[in-house]
Design a protein around this ligand. Structure first.
Ligand code: FAD
Length: 463
């Protein structure tokens, strides 16, 4: 579809489509990424979103584009490595939205946490505990190895008490050491999501993205989509339906085939953030993020946010993703966590200028501690059967940081289902075919180039 097509033109195009090779439901970053990857292969997928693009988890993240230091403890080395690669890709190719972020971890002891970390690594414990300087240094050294392999971020640094006090005089007396390293943050995740849609529609003019269009029912052969603005209904027979519904995946599956054949895929946890107007705290941070463990050993963050400070977050299990709001108790919890690190910083309620929250679409898990649930992603395929004539591919879990990788994996699975091959990789196409490079075309340093035998169906990529 032309990028500048009106909504009416889009609806009109949809009226003419009674079948579709692929229908993607859910316009969060993972649905969008799958749409883009398919468009780059010339597949005219349809993407629908019931509200605004990236309105749910994809607009409620902590804004960190990061490797995920703490996932090393649970042995998720592949996830951390993959995340660091994707972070570095975004830093180069979406440099208009993703920026390096110096990050400091306050530490209270030298050797603490080693036994517990080993127990967590061996899956003998899921109890969060305070981590000492040696443990954090080990994690940061592994991080450095991944970073050096794929990017150009500076190495980490561990400071003793005097140097820590010198840089951070307002830290609580319990802080004896500190460690600093680099990750990244994204200033406008929704905007980048939207640019990926534009890029996809440019790559494949028959690809069609429509928001305020909800999947409301299904009869086994076809699905019904409803325009949230006019109430008009559309019926479509997809060959493959991609369920990218995030925290709504299970609800959506029930709507597609109301049987008990589906096992529960998602165990969402709510996360809330505060934006506070506090010039003193902003001054203290001086452009850095503080990534710290609060009284319970839960990881919290604070960093400068357009002249304010972003603080977060909570991690609370929820069953109904539609009803989440940032509760008063969560505000109190986040401010209490802030006082734990900066006891002399007074933050009155009136400094809270904004709150936001979303539900992490984490895989269903019986872990006792939410922070220990894997942030990795996976695909669950439900082949056609008596309940649904189409293949149903569910996108479970994932981080914002790794959307491109997840989208590529999902698109590859779809291509196999429709008997097509991948002809172009967004990751390997540093031209306009990589939406994240639209504003910064150039070779991806340290990453493999496009094999010369691969030709994208996207004209801009063929040259
Ligand atoms: C509090 C919090 C902090 C986070 N922090 C970070 C971070 O700092 N860094 C990081 O990398 N990741 C972070 N994440 C994780 C990341 O944001 C998510 O993993 C990612 O955004 C999930 O994207 P998604 O597309 O799978 O789901 P979502 O963004 O939730 O999208 C699913 C979409 O499906 C739509 N939908 C549902 N049902 C229907 C229907 N019937 N018809 C049409 N549309 C439908 C919904 O409206 C929704 O927009 C965080 C998440 C949260 C919640």
């Amino acid at each position: 579809m032309e990028n500048n097509a009106t909504r009416e033109q889009r609806l009109s195009a949809l009226r003419q489509r009674t079948t579709s090779p692929v229908l993607i439901v859910g316009g969060g970053i993972n649905g969008i990424s799958t749409f883009r990857e398919l468009a780059l292969q010339g597949i005219p997928a349809i993407l629908v979103e019931k509200g605004d693009w990236c309105q749910a988890a994809s607009g409620a993240l902590s804004r960190m584009i990061h490797g995920g230091l703490r996932y090393l403890e649970t042995g998720e080395f592949t996830l951390v490595k993959e995340s660091v690669i994707e972070r570095d890709r975004l830093l180069k190719n979406a440099a208009h939205y993703v920026f390096p972020l110096r990050t400091t971890v306050p530490i209270d002891n030298l050797g603490g946490g080693l036994i517990n970390a080993t127990r967590r690594f061996l899956r003998l414990s899921d109890k969060p505990t305070r981590r000492g300087a040696l443990l954090i240094k080990t994690g940061l050294s592994i991080y450095d190895v991944y970073t050096r392999q794929f990017g150009s971020m500076p190495k980490h640094q561990v400071r003793g008490e005097a140097a820590t006090r010198d840089r951070w005089p307002a830290f609580a007396p319990w802080v004896k050491y500190s460690a600093s390293y680099y990750d990244a943050w994204i200033c406008a995740p929704e905007r980048l999501g939207y640019e990926l849609i534009e890029d996809a529609e440019r790559a494949c003019p028959d690809a069609l993205a429509l928001n305020y269009l909800q999947l409301v029912s299904a009869d086994g052969e076809s699905v019904t989509l409803q325009d949230a603005l006019s109430g008009e209904r559309f019926t479509l027979q997809p060959h493959v339906l991609v369920n990218a519904g995030g925290a709504w995946i299970d609800q959506l599956n029930q709507r597609l085939a109301p049987t008990d054949q589906f096992s529960k895929l998602i165990g969402g946890t709510k996360g809330s953030h505060l934006i506070i107007d506090h010039p003193d705290l902003l001054h203290l941070l001086d452009g850095e993020m503080v990534y710290f463990e609060n009284q319970e050993g839960r990881v919290c963050i604070m960093f400068p946010w357009f002249g304010k400070v972003l603080l977060g977050s909570t991690d609370i299990r929820v069953d109904d993703p539609d009803s989440v709001v940032c509760e008063e108790a969560e505000k109190a919890y986040i401010l209490e966590s802030l006082r734990f690190v900066f006891p002399n910083i007074v933050v009155p309620e009136s400094s809270i200028v904004y709150t936001f929250c979303g539900v992490r679409p984490l895989p269903a898990s019986d872990a006792k501690v939410n922070g220990q649930i894997s942030r990795n992603h996976s695909l669950v395929l439900l082949p056609p059967d008596a309940a649904h004539a189409y293949s149903l591919l569910c996108l479970v879990g994932g981080k914002w940081t790794t959307f491109r990788q997840f989208g590529e994996e999902a698109a590859d699975r779809v291509l196999r289902l429709i008997g097509e091959n991948a002809v172009c990789r967004a990751a390997n196409c540093p031209s306009a075919a990589d939406a994240t490079s639209l504003h910064r075309p150039g070779k991806l340093r340290g990453l493999p180039n496009s094999p010369s035998s691969i030709h994208c169906r996207y004209p801009a990529c063929r040259s």
